[in-house]
Design a protein around this ligand. Structure first.
Ligand SMILES: Cc1cc2nc3c(=O)[nH]c(=O)nc-3n(C[C@H](O)[C@H](O)[C@H](O)COP(=O)(O)O)c2cc1C
Length: 301
């Protein structure tokens, strides 16, 4: 690995910045730590990667507790102080007109006012990794302020979060029957995930006739696979069970769609595998014109 490239490449990671509060022989302290992140939902665990030379490291090792205060885009001057000096040099939290402190509920170190998240943590693990030590804390108390915006750190500069990138989905207007057919399979899921086979013959596509609860519907051979199951294998099993011998190409196509019928909408993802028919058609399958149905048109083009 080329050292210069590796050194430069590191700047291109993107992080937030937290201010880690702790208490030790020199009193209360704060340090800036961009390498701070949640690493478990339940229990809620936060990992901070701290250099062994930091006063904060010694404090946490001794007291086995610390505060995580996630900085907002209005707190760059606090972060500069927390990250620019050590507690061995100055009492950072006492720098005039800067830190406003809040009393913690369960730990000795104070929390910092005005942050987007304040979490009180009890140390559960410490592991040296390379030139830093991973310090993992279990959150015992947490507060957040949804009106604040986090500070973003990238290429050695502070940034504000810009606009939200809306997830792109193709909206397809479908008839009531199509909408109902898929909606009946949703079972409370946010996105209905389907896997299907695309077998084309000129401008026609292979479709299967399905019947469920007295309703019938025709579309490409597809299933709603169980979560975590290999989609291609699940589809192959389905195709075999309905007597279709199709050689599938192992390169999935993904279509992220929104089915719309009047005011009703449902997100639906199709993982599609192109394939070639290897046996004659049975009577529950037929060739249908791609342009005859908006859903077929969208998933085949
Ligand atoms: C934006 C920013 C992010 C930082 N992130 C980290 C970090 O993730 N881990 C770390 O050990 N030091 C990090 N530092 C450096 C420490 O904050 C710095 O060494 C500090 O002086 C340590 O303070 P202390 O000795 O009082 O604990 C960062 C500094 C800045 C300015």
């Amino acid at each position: 690995m080329e050292r210069k490239v590796a050194k430069d490449a590191q700047k291109y990671f993107v992080t937030g910045v937290s201010m880690i509060t702790s208490t030790g022989p020199l009193g209360h302290n704060v340090m800036a730590a961009e390498w701070t992140m949640q690493v478990s939902y339940d229990p809620l665990l936060i990992a901070v990667f701290v250099h062994q030379s930091a006063a904060t490291f010694k404090n946490i090792k001794k007291t086995k507790e610390f505060g995580v205060n996630v900085a907002t885009d209005e707190q760059t001057s606090l972060v500069n102080i927390a990250g620019g000096y050590s507690r061995t040099e100055i009492d950072k939290l006492k720098v005039r007109n800067h830190f406003k402190l809040l009393k913690s509920r369960y730990i000795k170190a104070p929390m910092i006012a005005g942050c987007i998240i304040n979490a009180e943590c009890k140390l559960v693990a410490m592991k040296r990794l390379g030139d830093h030590t991973m310090v993992v804390g279990k959150v015992i108390s947490i507060k957040y302020n949804k009106t604040k915006k986090p500070l973003v750190y990238h290429i050695g500069k502070y940034h504000r979060i810009g606009s939200v990138i809306e997830p792109f989905r193709q909206v397809i207007k479908v008839n009531k029957m199509t909408f109902r057919w898929f909606f009946a399979q949703v079972e409370g899921k946010f996105v209905l995930k389907c896997v299907g086979a695309l077998v084309k013959s000129g401008k026609k596509i292979l479709i299967s006739h399905y019947t469920r609860n007295g309703n019938s519907y025709s579309t490409i051979p597809y299933i709603v696979p169980k979560r975590g199951f290999n989609h291609m294998k699940a589809l192959q099993t389905h195709l075999k069970s309905v007597g279709l011998r199709i050689a599938l190409v192992h390169a999935p196509i993904i279509k992220r769609l929104v089915l719309q019928n009047k005011k009703k909408v449902q997100r639906i993802n199709f993982v599609l595998f192109e394939g070639k028919l290897k046996s004659p058609l049975l009577n529950h399958n037929e060739w249908k014109s791609i342009s005859s149905d908006p859903l077929l048109y969208e998933i085949t083009t």
